[in-house]
Design a protein around this ligand. Structure first.
Ligand code: PMP
Length: 299
């Protein structure tokens, strides 16, 4: 359950009880998936709860809205403050935060005049668990960037993610791996991919994937740790020949991949670059940071 009788959410400028809030069944977002959202995590640090890269997430929310022409009149800085108040009001420390921008009632396909914003938060453990994942390459590819705005976090895009997840689970795997429409490695249904070969990390370049904020953090950490990372277009055979691999995302954090379609990675997770970065990531999110670090937006 994501809320109880005491849970408070933020809705259009006000904090309201979750179980008293309502929305319109004729919302364009509900019918057509035309809305944008974010997924953010807050962590307990020695200086209290900090929302990790909060501003970067709200800037991406604004950019997502702009990319699909949804009017967005909110200040990302203000939403950062709202999120901190929301966590305090709900007495949450380690939490997942979900902002959603959704449209007014409108049964046409024309651009909406007004939108609403809601932000809710709840305690959420590791999204993909803590065991290394067994992946399968999905029969679904990521949507072509000329069909949608792939770099935006749009509600409707997640039908693709849900179909790939369902297929993977039905086949007995933990999670899917999606290729792009040209057959290059893309990403997971809700996470970005990295793999290691001969001491170098590789990750799909931006263009056909969501520009993950965790991906950006991993790139920062790799630089700090002196790990070489190459971004580019990679074929599935390069992943199958890799030494180790991992997924990263706000909900999933950094999680090792054991195998893809039963091909196991030879390097033990404990010895991999992924494990180093997993440790560095767990440390980074709990460091009490200066705002400049928390809000760094290197994408
Ligand atoms: N790719 C997809 C498709 C996602 O849904 C997510 C989760 N937002 C990611 C990558 C990782 O993005 P982030 O690190 O910003 O959470």
């Amino acid at each position: 359950m994501y809320f109880d009788d005491n849970t408070v959410i933020y809705l259009d400028g006000k904090f309201v009880k979750a179980n008293e809030a309502s929305t319109d069944l004729y919302s364009q977002t509900l019918h057509y998936g035309y809305g944008v959202f974010e997924g953010i995590r807050a962590y307990a640090t020695k200086d209290g709860t900090q929302v990790f890269k909060s501003l970067a997430h709200y800037e991406r929310l604004k950019k997502s809205a702009e990319l699909i022409q949804i009017p967005f009149d909110y200040s990302p800085h203000k939403l950062v403050e709202v999120t901190e108040s929301l966590l305090k009001k709900n007495d949450l420390t380690d939490a997942y935060v979900r902002p959603l921008v959704f449209c007014d009632p409108n049964m046409t396909l024309a651009r909406p005049n007004n939108v609403s914003i809601m932000i809710c938060a709840w305690e959420w453990g590791a999204y993909l668990g803590d065991k290394q994942l067994r992946l399968t390459v999905s029969s679904f590819c990521r949507p072509h960037p000329r069909s949608i705005k792939i770099e935006a976090k749009v509600c409707g895009h997640y039908v693709n993610s849900i179909l790939a997840t369902n297929e993977a689970k039905d086949k007995g795997f933990d999670e899917a791996l999606l290729l792009d429409s040209d057959g290059y490695l893309a990403e997971g249904p809700g996470a970005n991919l990295f793999f290691e070969k001969d001491g170098v990390l590789f990750t799909p370049q931006l263009g056909n994937i969501l520009p993950g904020i965790t991906r950006a953090t991993v790139l920062e950490l790799a630089e700090e740790l002196g790990i070489e990372v190459q971004q580019g277009l990679f074929e599935p055979k390069e992943l199958f020949a890799a030494d180790s691999a991992f997924y990263c995302g706000t909900a999933a954090e950094v999680i090792g991949i054991a195998s893809v379609d039963e091909t196991k990675f030879p390097k033990a997770w404990k010895d991999s670059l992924g494990k180093k970065l997993q440790d560095a990531y767990s440390k980074r999110v709990r460091e009490s940071s200066t705002p400049a670090t928390i809000f760094s937006t290197k994408l």
